[in-house]
Design a protein around this ligand. Structure first.
Ligand SMILES: *Cc1c(COP(=O)(O)O)cnc(C)c1O
Length: 344
């Protein structure tokens, strides 16, 4: 029996052309600035995000902590959503490594923060208060049904940020999913951000790596912070080579993942005992609930696993399935049959 692994879009394997590019990559010592393949990837990433420069880093978590540490000094405050990946899944690194005070604002179901909530959270100048420096947005929003966040909203937050002299960081781990789902260019989503990070190792299928994009001055600082965090890599052009293939060959096909996620969500909505609002599913992440009280998400995961389908428990009532390369329409049909059989 072949497993259909929908736990995450991080389980993608490098494509044959990635392996070929890795094999033949021209490399050098990147801490000396001598890896031509990394430079090429960084230039390509900066161009795709509409920024002056970019930096190749080990992971999305590293991209986010570096960006936060540049925008905020110790004791400064950042405003972010209460469902943000940075808040949930990055070990509280903002506080632990950056000395940054996270101020959470409620995420709306579509991944946005209400501008009035952001404004209410901004601190006035007062000796008692930390100083607000940064607004963090996430696009697509992982814990909010993978929702893509559009240019109009970004512009509204940018107006607010400008009025209060705040910076904006976009955790764009899946920014290409957002752009494709909305039918816009990624730069339409990033032009309002002072920094943006995105992952090569999720739906784009590269084995490792993320990029931080921003102004030349910002990336110069980012290079320093990366080094102190232990992220200065040497001949990492072998990884960047896969990243270049990810950017050139794997972006447009994300639309297939979105179609498959939609089909999965619609199919799940027709299965007894499963609850899902499939109209909210716009990209590749599908959260769904269990109606029965006597079946917990870990229990359902275990049963599905035995039936050849892997998903993850998300919280006390919900599970998560993510579509990605090379999951096909047929896989989705088979997965739905398995869920229907398990739910009886
Ligand atoms: C996966 C993810 C990250 C972190 O990326 P890693 O490479 O796993 O460290 C950051 N933000 C979001 C929204 C993510 O989904």
């Amino acid at each position: 029996m072949q497993l259909i692994d929908l736990r995450s879009d991080t389980v993608t394997l490098p494509t044959p052309s990635m392996r070929q590019a890795m094999f033949s990559a021209e490399v050098g010592d990147d801490v000396f600035g001598e890896d031509p393949t990394i430079k090429r990837l960084e230039e390509m990433a900066a161009r795709r995000m509409g920024k002056e420069a970019a930096l190749f880093v080990a992971s999305g978590t590293m991209a986010n902590i570096i960006s936060q540490m540049i925008h905020c000094g110790r004791g400064d405050e950042m405003i972010l959503g209460d469902q943000a990946h940075i808040f949930w899944y990055e070990q509280g690194g903002s506080a632990a490594l950056g000395g940054i005070h996270p101020r959470t604002v409620k995420n709306q179901w579509d991944g946005t923060l209400a501008p009035e909530d952001i404004e209410a959270a901004i601190r006035p100048d007062n000796v008692h208060f930390p100083r607000t420096r940064l607004i963090v947005l996430e696009n697509t929003h992982n814990r909010c049904d993978g929702s893509p966040i559009g240019p109009d909203y970004m512009e509204a937050v940018a107006d607010l940020a400008r009025r209060f002299d705040l910076k904006i960081h976009v955790d764009g781990a899946r920014i290409f999913n957002a752009a494709i789902a909305l039918g816009v260019d990624p730069t339409d989503l990033t032009r309002y951000a002072d920094s943006v990070s995105f992952c090569l190792s999720k739906g784009l299928g590269a084995p490792a790596g993320s990029l931080i994009c921003g102004s030349n001055a910002f990336i110069t600082q980012a290079r320093r912070v990366r080094k102190v965090l232990g992220g200065g890599m040497r001949q990492a052009g072998v990884l960047a080579a896969a990243g270049i293939v990810a950017l050139t060959e794997m972006v447009d096909r994300l639309a297939d993942d979105h179609d498959n996620a939609h089909a999965l969500a619609v199919g799940l909505s027709r299965i007894n005992g499963i609850s899902i609002d499939y109209e909210r599913i716009k990209t590749n992440i599908v959260y769904f609930g269990i109606i029965q009280k006597d079946l917990s998400p870990p229990q359902l995961c275990e049963k599905l696993n035995a039936a050849g389908v892997r998903v993850l428990p998300a919280d006390s009532r919900r599970l998560r399935a993510v579509t990605h390369y090379p999951i096909t329409k047929l896989d989705i049909e088979a997965a739905l049959e398995a869920v229907a059989a398990v739910m009886g």
